[in-house]
Design a protein around this ligand. Structure first.
Ligand code: HEC
Ligand code: HEC
Length: 373
């Protein structure tokens, strides 16, 4: 808490105020009768893990590059690549920084006019505290907050070593992190002039770069489409859906002119629902995509799976091929759809799905019988 008492913090006060309210609450009565309870000091402490640019909030500890390599190999490399170079689940973390950048603190290939082929985390980040905080808070993606501070120091030291910023026998600690900050390739590259965080205290202007006002009365109840990309222009930049990373909520519209995809059959999805209620499809003919399209849509399976290409999860046709001719495939797949899993197709896990047993069986039967289009 000490970290937030004296300053409003980077985020303009909102977060700091909540924290202050929580600590003041330990002394005062709960302001809202019958609503919730005051957070205990231990709860606030567990939550208050932010590390600031001046390293306030950084827990003491240390970790060597060598130890970091073990953490990296065991818990990070499967997604980010052995050298932090993988472009699979996220942009590469390491690469494209030079000894000159480390000297100037300004990554040259980010300068206007320079034509950098790709951007990596180590090219862009200006604060070591951001990396320390982020890794501690959010990584590994599947088990955030599971690393102890020493391992966060270690794995960060290893990343810095991969980026040729520190030597292989280096040990990063709370005592030398400030001088290590002075080697970060883009440490002088941050600007607040665009007022993403407005406010003179950060050197920015007071006008945010996005102007908007929320409607508070007589607001339009329905969305009004003012203009559309004409059909002939939709594909001008290729298929947008293929250009977004397949993680997180952003998908990008499918702008490919004639790409086969999971058919959406609204009429039959209503039918599907009735059939389900009546106890599933008859066991006779093999189901077709149209029979399960409604189920796949309404359960948002299609956010991660496509018919014939890998998105976050494997293509339905690849699943069908893999289990082709396996006697218990339908039962196995129905179970997997509901329970989720990891490791059969790669490191990215499939979360358990809250799909009904009957619907899971329909999809599984469709897959087990070849995923007919
Ligand atoms: C299961 C896959 C997975 C694993 C394992 C994983 N990461 Fe990540 N990592 C991601 C994804 C996905 C993102 C992007 C998250 C986002 O932007 O919401 C990411 C982002 C990051 C970033 C931020 C990069 C940036 O420029 O914003 C860092 C740093 C990072 N990971 C480090 C690690 C470290 C260190 C480990 C091991 C302790 C690790 N990751 C393990 C998937 C993973
Ligand atoms: C958040 C993304 C995501 C969603 C949503 C999702 N899946 Fe998956 N799915 C995956 C990933 C990733 C895998 C690979 C898991 C692995 O390697 O074990 C997978 C694997 C599968 C498999 C193969 C399992 C195996 O053991 O071979 C089936 C079948 C499947 N998904 C069906 C579905 C269905 C049906 C839905 C909707 C009810 C669904 N998935 C929703 C990501 C997702």
């Amino acid at each position: 808490m000490s970290s937030s008492r004296n300053s409003r913090g980077l985020w303009g006060g909102g977060l700091a105020l909540v924290l202050l309210a929580a600590s003041a609450g330990a002394l005062a009565q709960n302001r809202f009768d019958g609503v919730g309870r005051t957070a205990t000091p231990a709860e606030v402490k567990a939550w208050d893990i932010d590390v600031r640019p001046d390293f306030k909030g950084l827990p003491p500890g240390q970790g060597s590059v060598r130890r970091g390599e073990q953490v990296w190999e065991g818990q990070c490399a499967s997604c980010h690549g052995t050298f932090g170079e993988s472009n699979d689940v996220f942009m590469p973390l390491v690469g494209s920084t030079t000894a000159k950048d480390i000297e100037t603190g300004h990554v040259a290939s980010l300068m206007p006019g320079a034509n950098a082929p790709a951007r990596t985390t180590l090219m862009k980040v200006s604060q070591l505290s951001t990396l320390w905080d982020y890794i501690r808070r959010a990584m590994p993606w599947t088990a955030p907050k599971s690393l102890v501070p020493d391992d966060v120091y270690a794995v960060l030291a290893y990343l810095l070593n991969l980026g040729n910023i520190v030597p292989a026998d280096f040990t990063l600690s709370d005592r030398n992190i400030r001088e290590t900050q002075q080697k970060l390739p883009n440490r002088n590259g941050m600007t607040t002039a665009h007022a993403l965080w407005p406010g003179p205290e950060l050197g920015g202007t007071t006008r945010p770069d996005v102007q908007g006002s929320s409607c508070m009365r007589d607001c339009r109840a329905e969305a009004h489409v003012a203009s559309l990309i004409p059909a002939y222009a939709r594909n001008a930049h290729g298929n947008l859906a293929d250009q977004n990373r397949p993680l997180g909520p952003t998908r990008g519209a499918d702008t490919a002119p004639a790409k086969p995809k999971v058919a959406v059959a609204p009429a039959s999805s209503a039918q599907d629902a009735t059939k389900n209620a009546a106890g599933g499809v008859s066991a006779g003919s093999a189901p077709k995509a149209a029979d399960v399209a409604g189920v796949l849509q309404s359960n948002v399976c299609v956010a991660c799976h496509a018919m014939d290409s890998k998105l976050v999860g494997p293509a339905f046709q690849d699943i069908a091929r893999r289990y082709q001719g396996q006697a218990d495939a339908a039962t196995y797949l129905a179970g997997k759809i509901r329970s989720g899993g990891q490791g059969t197709w790669g490191a990215i896990p499939m979360p358990p799905q809250s799909i009904s047993e009957a619907d899971a069986q329909r999809v599984a039967r469709w897959l087990a019988t070849g995923a007919a289009p």
